[in-house]
Design a protein around this ligand. Structure first.
Ligand code: 5AD
Ligand code: SF4
Length: 463
């Protein structure tokens, strides 16, 4: 789980400090919360000690989420008390995100000093809620799933979320109604909702005008995107085609996808739409048909293999990333070996793998045959060793090749530049800072644990 905090500071009389845990959707949501609070005079500050409002944006996907939140709230409470004592100033404390959605009431009962608990569907109502809390004196919960979607209400302007302003995330879809047996998302984020095409295009244009060159479209089920354009349905492939027409937008990615929504038109777009990067995160979770069925994934291991085969036919340089869960209730040694076999058959460039953890209220949590922890540990260690090997092999396979690198900023050493490969690897090489913001050709010469090194391919600007 990664942690990000708001970074820029301002002379505004009201400081806002947002702590973000979890997925990119949360990173994006935090930026939007900052947007809706800006008209109220809130501007980001680096330290919670300086903040008039602190928002803890939480993640519920795996276990101990609530405990982690309570311990962080304890820390923030102390900071708030010290600030009151030293400066006589109050600090508004809000909890947002999926833990807030799932455990709102319990949260307020256990941490009554929290002023506001709000779920991911209600961020657009934040200013109104802040006013309500100020009137009511704290302890308000807003975790309803409103009929209107938050996409209808969020202000259009969104600052690029990367310091160099060259890459940004854009949420185009929210929620999920796939109901995988193990997952809390359908309960915390609600049903699938797609953001209107015009609003996506307007935000994308603004981001590109502000300097963004690479966009990642976000959604819990992003490839289930279904917009409408001039009375006709528009899929993700269609949306990507419209985005392609924005001058200056050089690269496009999307995540997270579900194999069931990997339609032929989207796969073909990986060949035909030049801004699509040849890198796809497509979670499979397990390689066993029995477990996939128990997980309610709606596809078999071979159907997943077929999707990958088709993608590789269409786009031979495509690399794959995935999510895996070991130890889902009922997973036998044989099932686990089927997962190992699928990994060997496909070979992933990167992956995330987790031990199954029971999420209260989900169907899998109540199933018999829970897998013992030590068995899960052993399976995870074996799976991760294999995935690590594959990742190293993939990185090594790029040494000696020439890659298009988006130059994102200066490197750590003087004269060095830092960039991003099509496969999201950081790449370092010597070059002039005038290249920042461009795509250049780099001859990859070295492989390090988490990055690549290279030499600029003379005057070979790709764009
Ligand atoms: N236990 C373990 N991993 C989980 N994930 C989601 N829910 C659980 C759970 N209960 C993993 C899945 C998903 C990723 C975002 O988190 O692999 O794709
Ligand atoms: Fe959760 Fe993804 Fe399954 Fe939806 S598709 S229920 S978000 S794991």
């Amino acid at each position: 789980m990664s942690e990000h905090t708001s970074s820029s500071s301002s002379s505004s009389p009201r400081g806002l400090h947002i702590i973000t845990w979890g997925c990119q959707m949360n990173v994006y949501d935090s930026a939007r919360m900052a947007d809706v609070l800006r008209p109220l005079g809130y501007a980001p500050v680096d330290r919670p000690e300086e903040a008039d409002m602190i928002i803890l944006n939480t993640c519920h996907i795996r276990e101990k989420a609530a405990e982690k939140v309570f311990s962080e709230l304890g820390r923030l409470r102390k900071i708030r008390e010290a600030r009151k004592l030293e400066k006589g100033r109050d600090t508004f404390l809000a909890v947002a995100g999926c833990v807030a959605q799932a455990e709102g009431k319990e949260l307020l009962a256990r941490a009554p000093f929290v002023d506001l608990v709000l779920g991911p569907q209600t961020y657009h109502r934040l200013p109104e809620m802040v006013a309500r809390v100020t009137r009511a004196g704290g302890g308000v919960i807003d975790t309803d799933f409103p009929v209107e979607t938050k996409f209808d209400f969020l202000p259009d302007e969104a600052a690029p979320q990367n310091s160099a302003n060259l890459t940004a995330f854009l949420t185009i879809q929210e929620g999920c109604d796939k109901f995988c047996s193990f997952c809390v998302v359908p309960y915390t984020r609600g049903m699938e909702v797609s953001r209107p095409v015009a609003s996506v295009l307007a935000e994308a244009k603004r981001l590109v005008e502000s300097g963004v060159r690479e966009l990642t479209l976000l959604g819990q089920n992003v490839n289930a995107y279904h917009g409408e354009w001039q009375g006709e349905p528009l899929s993700l492939a269609g949306l990507a085609e419209k985005l392609r027409a924005i001058p200056g937008l050089l690269r496009l990615r999307y995540m997270t996808s579900h194999p069931r929504d990997m339609e032929e038109s989207l796969m073909v777009a990986h060949r035909d739409n030049p801004i699509f990067m040849p890198f796809l995160h497509l979670p499979v979770q397990s390689g066993s048909d029995r477990v996939l069925k128990a997980m309610n994934r709606g596809h078999t291991a071979d159907e997943y293999r077929d999707i990958i085969k088709r993608l590789r036919q269409l786009r031979p340089d495509i690399a794959l990333s995935s999510d895996f869960i070991v130890g889902h209730p009922g997973e036998t040694d044989e099932d686990f070996e089927a997962t190992m076999q699928l990994v060997k058959d496909i070979s992933f460039a990167s992956a995330f793998s987790f031990k199954y953890s029971a999420r209260p209220g989900t169907p899998a949590a109540g199933q018999p045959f829970q897998v013992p922890e030590d068995v899960k540990d052993r399976r995870l260690a074996r799976l991760q060793a294999l995935l690590r090997e594959q990742q190293d092999a993939f990185n090594a396979s790029l040494v000696g090749t020439i890659q298009d690198i988006l130059v994102t900023g200066p490197g750590r050493k003087p004269g060095q530049l830092s960039g991003r490969s099509p496969y999201l690897q950081p790449v370092h090489f010597e070059g002039d800072s005038s290249l920042i913001g461009q795509i250049v050709k780099v001859h990859i010469t070295t492989q390090r644990t988490n990055s690549l090194g290279g030499l600029l391919h003379e005057e070979a600007l790709a764009v």
